[in-house]
Every structure is written in structure tokens, then in C-alpha cells.
Design a binder for this molecule. Structure first.
Ligand code: NAD
Length: 353
């Protein structure tokens, strides 16, 4: 196969080390010569904030999933005098920091406490009247990411599973995203391998090495995803989570095996690489086994989605299906996929005609 592609690498400093977040944050604030940082973080991060020498900084803790515009406006007002934004938390805290950076251009230091991966992307999201808008802007890419596995030891198991599978979804969707290329694929498959090795240990005993391995995988996954762009899986989840207010990570965890089963027969090389990264002879079976070990959520109806909403969801998803998806998506095949994910059925693997 000829090798010809265009790949963009996004510039970012990454500091990785368990127990090192306070020191790394302190050093980075000095490196930015910031005098008035705004810290976006939940109360549980007070100890870290103090150890990082940030006890005197303005702190914002009204963090809501999917970044409602009114929360974004409030945080922007709190950042009026700031010269740096520090986000410590999951995708919601980092998403709020991105909303601030989007209008102010302030640099962000992100310290993630989940596996969502927002810290490694230049994608922002804002929700207004039930509609989630997303966009890409270089200003929202955190300048520095501080990873510390200790911060994820408090993450409840079901959130670790859901956000870990969100990272797995970044890997899988990178294989057929609109800007998929061999560099993205290499990063995504290395990430998928780390996640498959690490996540079972995170769930079984919140083991430090397992969290480190998973965090490393989540970073590679997000870098690949940021470069490849949203594929079919992310388009589906984006509509479902935004329009029906479903939890982001759990929605990904449920929909992913259905999208993989849908696309895999039409993307045999990607399926082979996914299988290999999962240490399985078959991509769908490998994902199924990983999900079983993680006791992953199975049904959208358990998240509160009504069956009557599926038709409206399909209508909203269809126009957003990426043109480059390896398999054409029609109303009836999408309807079958959504119904199976809603009911928690075993994903249907159909062979390529
Ligand atoms: P989240 O940030 O909403 O966190 C979920 C819950 O877990 C919250 O109650 C939070 O307080 C709690 N929590 C987080 N870390 C914890 C810890 N270490 N210990 C205990 N509790 C902890 O969830 P998420 O899945 O990380 O992020 C979801 C959001 O991120 C969505 O809005 C999604 O759209 C966005 N996201 C954006 C991108 C991007 O590239 N822009 C990528 C992934 C996710």
C-alpha cells in the first residue's frame, strides 16, 4: 500500500510522575511567571492545591458536565484578572478551563483526574438549551499536562471503567476518523495496548502501576484522537450525550462495541490492528472480553434514555456521519445499531457483502 499522508503534531509539554503533581504544578506556575492563576478544581483537590503553593489563588469549583454556557460565563468572569488557568479534575473541569481560554487566550495547565483525555485535545464543547456545540481551536489546547496516578486513586470504580472505555473509544475511532493516518494509528494502538493491560488492574484494586499504565494509554489515545478527528462513534455519542443529557463516559462505554461490530468487517486492517493491541484473535471478541473484565455498562436504557427518543437521535446523527466512515450508514442500519445499544444486546457483527 502506498504511504502518503498529512499529519499534524500538536505542541504540548507533558509531565508524568506519581506523587509529583504538586512539584510539577509549582514549577510550571513559575515557568509561566504567573502571578494570578485561576484554579478550576473540586474541593477534594484542596490538599494538592495547598502543596502546590496555590492556596492563595482564586479558585472556581462550580464544575458541571458538558459546560453549560452560563457556567462558562461565570468562570470567565472569575478569570477576569487571571494570567493562567489551572484545571485539576476530569473532562468537565478541563472543559471549563477550555471555555475560559477560548475567549481569553489564557494558557491552561491541565492536571487530569480521570481517563477522559480532554487535556490532550484542542477540542472545546459548550452546551446551550440542550444543544452541545463543539469546535477546534488551538487556544484551548493545554500548554502543559501534569499526570499523576495518585490523583486517580479516589476515582470510583464505575467512573474509572466508563472513562477508561472513553479512552479505548478514542483509540478505536482514531482508526477511521476523518484525518486517520498511520501515525495516529500507531499512537492509538500503543494506547489501546496500555489501556487493555492497565484498566483491569485499576478496577480490581486501584493498583498504582495499573493506573500509570492506563493514564499513559489515555494520553496516547487522546493524542491520536485529536489528530484523527471524530469518527462515527464520537458523532453518535456526541448527539446522545448532548441532546438527552446522558453521562459522557458511560455513553461511550456502551456504544463502542456496537460501532466496532458495525465497522470492523469494512475496515479489516483496522480490525486486525485493534485485535492485536487487545491481545486477541478478533477485535470484537477482544473488546468484549475487556468489557467483561471491567464489568462495563451495557444498555443506554439504564442511563435513562427512553426508547421513544431513538428515532429523534437517529435523525440528528445521520447528517453528522463522517463521509470517510468505512461503512455507509443508512437510516435502517443506524436504527438497528442504536436499538441494540439501547437494549444492551450483544453487538451484531455483519459480514461485508
Ligand atoms: P467528569 O469530569 O464530569 O467527572 C465525573 C465525576 O467524577 C465528577 O463528579 C467528578 O467530580 C468526579 N471525579 C473526577 N475525578 C475524580 C477523582 N479522581 N476522584 C473522585 N471523583 C472524581 O467526567 P469525565 O468523563 O472525565 O469528563 C466528561 C466531560 O469531558 C464531558 O463533558 C465530555 O464531553 C468532556 N470530554 C471532552 C473531551 C475533549 O477532547 N474536549 C474529551 C473527553 C471528554
Amino acid at each position: 500500500m502506498p504511504l502518503a499522508f498529512e499529519h499534524e503534531t500538536k505542541g504540548q509539554r507533558v509531565l508524568f510522575g506519581s506523587g509529583a503533581a504538586a512539584g510539577h504544578l509549582r514549577d510550571e506556575v513559575a515557568r509561566f511567571a504567573a502571578l494570578r492563576p485561576l484554579v478550576i478544581a473540586a474541593d477534594r483537590q484542596r490538599g494538592l492545591i495547598e502543596r502546590a503553593g496555590l492556596a492563595g489563588a482564586v479558585r472556581y469549583h462550580r464544575i458541571t458536565e458538558h459546560v453549560p454556557v452560563e457556567v462558562a460565563e461565570d468562570a470567565r468572569a472569575a478569570a477576569a484578572q487571571a494570567d493562567l488557568v489551572i484545571a485539576i479534575g476530569g473532562g468537565s473541569a478541563i472543559g471549563l478551563a477550555k471555555a475560559v481560554a477560548l475567549t481569553s487566550g489564557l494558557p491552561i495547565i491541565a492536571t487530569p483526574t480521570t481517563f477522559a483525555g480532554s487535556e490532550a485535545t484542542d477540542v472545546w464543547g459548550l452546551t446551550e438549551r440542550g444543544q452541545k456545540r463543539t469546535g477546534v481551536d488551538p487556544r484551548v489546547l493545554p500548554r502543559t499536562v501534569v499526570y499523576d496516578a495518585e490523583l486517580l486513586e479516589s476515582l470510583p470504580v464505575e467512573l474509572a471503567v466508563a472513562s477508561g472505555l472513553n479512552a479505548v473509544a478514542h483509540c478505536v475511532d482514531s482508526m477511521w476518523g476523518p484525518r486517520a493516518d498511520p501515525i495516529n494509528a500507531a499512537l492509538a494502538m500503543a494506547g489501546l495496548h496500555s489501556l487493555a493491560v492497565g484498566l483491569p488492574g485499576v478496577v480490581a484494586e486501584a493498583d498504582r502501576d495499573a493506573i500509570e499504565q492506563s493514564l499513559y494509554g489515555c494520553y496516547l489515545a487522546a493524542v491520536a484522537f485529536a489528530s484523527a478527528g471524530s469518527g462515527l462513534h464520537h458523532k453518535i455519542c456526541h448527539v446522545l450525550a448532548g441532546a438527552f443529557n446522558l453521562p459522557h463516559a458511560a455513553t461511550h462505554a456502551i456504544v463502542l462495541p456496537h460501532v466496532l461490530a458495525f465497522n470492523a468487517p469494512y475496515a479489516p486492517r483496522a480490525a486486525e490492528q485493534i485485535a492485536q493491541a487487545l491481545g486477541s484473535g478478533d477485535a470484537c471478541q477482544g473488546l468484549d472480553e475487556l468489557r467483561a473484565r471491567l464489568n462495563a455498562p451495557r444498555a443506554l436504557r439504564e442511563l435513562g434514555l427512553a426508547e421513544d427518543d431513538l428515532a429523534a437521535a437517529a435523525q440528528a446523527i445521520l447528517p453528522q456521519v463522517p463521509a470517510a466512515n468505512p461503512r455507509p450508514v443508512e437510516a435502517d442500519t443506524l436504527d438497528r445499531l442504536l436499538r441494540a445499544a439501547w437494549a444492551g444486546d450483544q453487538p451484531r457483527m455483519e459480514s461485508h457483502p
